[in-house]
Design a protein around this ligand. Structure first.
Ligand SMILES: Nc1ncnc2c1ncn2[C@@H]1O[C@H](COP(=O)(O)OP(=O)(O)OP(=O)(O)O)[C@@H](O)[C@H]1O
Ligand SMILES: [Mg+2]
Length: 154
């Protein structure tokens, strides 16, 4: 008993704080993913990075130099993430809201590595919700390229 407790204590000290990434686009499935992410974060005592990516094609991304466009991106991020914030504020979990611009799946995978998250949580479909497909294209691309476990919420 006491040996077990000691081993656990040592592991706690050597591990960096745990975190998860919730990919959030403001859709209903993404909201379900956020709620599931909150449960996971509570269970693992982890921080949540809530990420919204403003979808911008690479050509446009190359010329993203003017402050006006960057301001618009930030405002769009704020608009989408507002609801996520109101859900999170009631839950007492540690979180950070992040707006990025670019290809959503690429950015989600990139940030999951940058923040060294233990898991990505996302919805099976998103805003366009094209019913004929099992999962949306962002979800599929993240599943294909992620180096982390991905929890897809239906
Ligand atoms: N721009 C985004 N930023 C952050 N997360 C996103 C973004 N787009 C999608 N996601 C995440 O991916 C999940 C699945 O959405 P996805 O975009 O793959 O499906 P869709 O919108 O139904 O289909 P598609 O976009 O391929 O037409 C969402 O529930 C959300 O968790
Ligand atoms: Mg989509």
């Amino acid at each position: 008993m006491s040996v077990c407790a000691t081993v656990l204590k040592q592991e706690e000290h050597t591990q960096s704080p745990r975190s998860i990434l919730v990919a959030y686009d403001g859709s209903e499935p993404a909201e379900r993913a956020l709620k599931m992410g909150i449960e996971v974060a509570k269970a693992f005592n982890a921080k949540i990075y809530v990420v919204y990516v403003v979808n911008i094609p690479p050509e446009v991304h190359m010329i993203l130099t003017t402050g006006t466009i960057l301001g618009e991106i930030a405002r769009e991020g704020q608009r989408i993430l507002e609801r996520a914030k109101s859900i999170l504020d009631k839950e007492g979990v540690q979180y950070e809201l992040i707006t990025e611009a670019g290809d959503p799946a690429e950015k989600i995978v990139e940030l999951s590595e940058k923040f060294n998250v233990m898991m990505i949580v996302m919805g099976h479909r998103g805003l366009s919700g094209f019913k004929r497909l099992l999962i949306g294209s962002v979800c599929e691309k993240v599943l294909r390229h992620s180096t982390r476990p991905v929890l897809v919420v239906k």
